[in-house]
Write a protein that binds this ligand. Structure first.
Ligand SMILES: NC(=O)c1ccc[n+]([C@@H]2O[C@H](COP(=O)([O-])OP(=O)(O)OC[C@H]3O[C@@H](n4cnc5c(N)ncnc54)[C@H](O)[C@@H]3O)[C@@H](O)[C@H]2O)c1
Ligand SMILES: O=C(O)[C@H](O)COP(=O)(O)O
Length: 395
């Protein structure tokens, strides 16, 4: 039996999320063809053809740099992500990174793993060898945080609890995140100030053109020679060649990141983890649940919540009406043309919502009576309409 919606998953997505797609109406899986929506984690979609059937893409996670967002916007396809759903998991790994760096934990564990002999010999080797792993304590040191979004705020607040001084920089901090940021976090006047002052510096910005190579040769040169750089955001935010050069010259103390590469994974002053930031059961569940709910909201009701390229458009369904979901360019007279078209058919509009973001707008129109393919053809023919769908009556 053909089901109403088809979802193609391009990564392993938590069952706690997938089970929210009602079985009787959704076909879900990696082999689904002609999907209405794609559900991904880190799968790279830039070079993959996105089928014409796709109405929406959801990223069960934070970063959408693996998705051609601009091209999807041009096609009128919303790209959803799951803000904050994995922030605690990343915060915990960043804290682990702090301790890994301050107490030389990975080389120390490697040393212990390599010990040979009987217990007495091991005990002697431990006492002789441990001095090479002497670390430093965190209270009184300064943590610099670049990017105070869902993750940066949690890292900053938790670091205060460990006795660190925290200095942060985020010119675009949201009101929501500012509310959650402890007043004890000092606001830096510039990014450079953070680089200069930090004993440990951590970056929590998205990978976009303006953040690519943000940790550059020039900025690393501002850092203390003993400073440690943490990168649990994206590899490309850091100029790896510049980091390796500074580590080799002794002008940077260490680099801990979530992104192994040929440049860093074997470097004696680098610790890299295999992109584990969001890999907890809790984060995987949170992200999947949120992403599935976002997709269902859009497919079933035309609602847009947490899209990175679309305006928020949330309008409760009007019982008994059919809904037109129109994605259009944000130009004058779109709503006028849509409502005229409906009125000329002698149909009443029970409810209407028009929301815009940049060059794009979403128009939801709840209409009394039938809506056939003809009205959709007419809507799609309007200059500036990118897509139009009609949804069955709400219960
Ligand atoms: N390692 C992992 O597994 C993992 C997991 C989750 C997220 N991430 C990465 O971390 C990034 C941040 O996640 P988030 O949930 O905190 O996102 P978020 O959108 O809540 O926060 C990002 C913050 O960065 C700020 N920002 C952007 N450009 C900046 C700049 N040039 N200087 C200073 N601040 C700037 C924004 O204003 C925003 O407040 C994601 O985009 C993703 O790439 C990695
Ligand atoms: O941006 C994110 O949310 C993280 O990088 C997590 O990626 P993952 O879902 O592939 O673990």
């Amino acid at each position: 039996m053909t089901k109403q919606f088809r979802i193609q998953t391009l990564n392993a997505i938590s069952g706690a999320g997938l089970s929210r797609f009602p079985d009787d109406r959704y076909d879900v899986g990696g082999n689904v063809t002609d999907p209405d929506a794609l559900l991904v984690r880190s799968a790279k979609l830039h070079d993959a053809p996105i089928p014409d059937s796709v109405l929406a893409i959801a990223r069960a996670g934070a970063g959408t740099n693996n998705i051609p967002v601009d091209a999807m916007t041009q096609r009128g396809i919303p790209v959803f992500n799951t803000p904050g759903a994995n922030a605690n998991a990343v915060k915990e790994l960043v804290l682990a990174g702090l301790f890994i760096a301050s107490r030389n934990l990975i080389p120390a564990a490697r040393f212990a793993h390599e010990l040979t002999g009987d217990d007495a010999e091991i005990a002697r080797a431990v006492e002789a060898g441990k001095k090479q792993f002497v670390g430093f304590e965190l209270p009184g040191r300064t943590l610099g945080v670049i990017g105070l979004g869902a993750i940066g705020v949690q890292v900053a607040n938790a670091a205060l609890g460990l006795g660190l001084n925290v200095v942060g920089f985020d010119p675009g901090i949201s009101v929501e995140h500012a509310w959650h940021l402890s007043a004890e976090v000092e606001r830096a006047e510039s990014m450079e100030e953070v680089f200069r002052r930090a004993d440990i510096l951590t970056v929590h910005v998205p990978l976009i053109e303006s953040t690519r190579g943000l940790v550059s040769t020039q900025r690393i040169a501002l850092m203390k020679e003993t400073a440690v750089l943490l990168n649990f955001a994206r590899a490309e935010i850091v100029d790896e060649a510049a980091v390796v050069a500074a580590l080799d010259e002794g002008t940077l103390g260490g680099y801990v990141c979530d992104f192994p590469s040929t440049a860093v994974h074997k470097h004696p002053k680098c610790i890299s983890l295999p992109h584990l930031g969001a890999s907890t059961k809790e984060a995987e569940r949170n992200c999947a649940v949120m992403a599935v709910d976002e997709l269902r909201g859009f497919l079933e009701d035309g609602q847009v919540h947490n899209a990175v390229n679309f305006p928020e458009a949330v309008l409760p369904r009007e019982p008994g009406t059919r809904r037109l979901v129109i994605v259009n360019q944000n130009v004058p007279n779109m709503v006028g043309q849509v409502s005229t078209l409906v009125a000329e058919r002698g149909q009443n509009i029970a409810n209407l919502l028009n929301r815009s973001r940049g060059d794009l707008a979403v128009t939801l129109v709840d209409v009394e009576g039938e809506l056939g393919e003809d009205v959709l053809e007419q809507l799609r023919a309007i200059d500036g309409v990118l897509s139009a769908r009609a949804l069955e009556p709400a219960a």
